[in-house]
Design a protein around this ligand. Structure first.
Ligand SMILES: [Zn+2]
Length: 239
């Protein structure tokens, strides 16, 4: 068939683009997990790395629920929760692309290393995923990030908080409702071993969940609570 000469089979192209290449990208350091093209770097191809850099956040963030007076001393985020950042976070969180943790931890640890001289942090505390959701997703991103950071930066890690089996869902709820939620979402499991904490979350939106966690930790003796989240979804700019 002369019309097809020089063209690849469209079905084969779809299978490559949608199934084989994303699958290979999980287990090969030569295939970029974002664009699925071959590359020579370790974690991402150069153009995706550059693209990701444009989503970096340098200044502290000011989520609505954490405006003063707040139990949180300062809040920081690595990246804006948009485009490729969203894709990477959702890939790990919901689609079991486990090897992405290496890349996400690398981004997170870089930011934490940058903040350490500014903030005096004695302990890493994750905002862990509620048990039932953890079971369904099979990942607990805040705890995974905290554990990796603890190992690579030699800062102690402590899961101080516990959460009910299934707290109310925040996604898709109006902002006012999201701000009111989260009050009873945390219980103290063990008191923090240091008064200077870094609370770790994966994606932060209004900050209501972090605020509820920080209030519990304050009551348990924490004097300074900083927050670092991998991504920040600013409700003013995101739907
Ligand atoms: Zn790429």
């Amino acid at each position: 068939m002369p019309a097809l000469k020089g063209k690849r089979n469209p079905l084969a192209q779809i299978v490559w683009r949608e199934i084989l290449s994303p699958f290979l990208s999980l287990y090969s350091t030569r295939i970029c997990p974002l664009c699925h093209r071959e590359h020579q770097l370790g974690l991402l191809c150069l153009s995706c790395l550059r693209r990701l850099r444009s989503f970096r956040l340098r200044l502290p963030i000011e989520p609505e629920a954490l405006k003063p007076p707040s139990p949180v001393t300062s809040s920081w985020a690595c990246l804006r929760y948009e485009g490729p950042v969203r894709e990477l976070v959702l890939g790990y969180k919901f689609h079991r692309r486990y090897p992405l943790l290496r890349l996400l931890s690398w981004i997170f640890n870089q930011k934490l290393r940058e903040l350490l001289p500014k903030l005096r942090i004695g302990l890493l505390v994750p905002i862990s995923t509620p048990a039932l959701r953890r079971l369904l997703r099979t990942t607990d991103m805040p705890s995974d990030l905290a554990r990796h950071a603890s190992r690579s930066l030699k800062i102690p890690f402590q899961a101080c908080l516990s959460r009910p089996l299934l707290p109310p869902r925040q996604l898709g709820k109006p902002r006012k409702e999201r701000l009111a939620l989260g009050k009873e979402a945390f219980r103290l499991r063990t008191p923090p071993k240091s008064p200077r904490l870094l609370l770790i979350d994966d994606v932060l939106t209004t900050g209501a969940t972090v605020k509820a966690a920080a209030e519990v930790l304050r009551q348990a003796g924490a004097k300074e609570i900083h927050v670092l989240t991998l991504a920040y979804a600013d409700p003013a700019t995101s739907p």
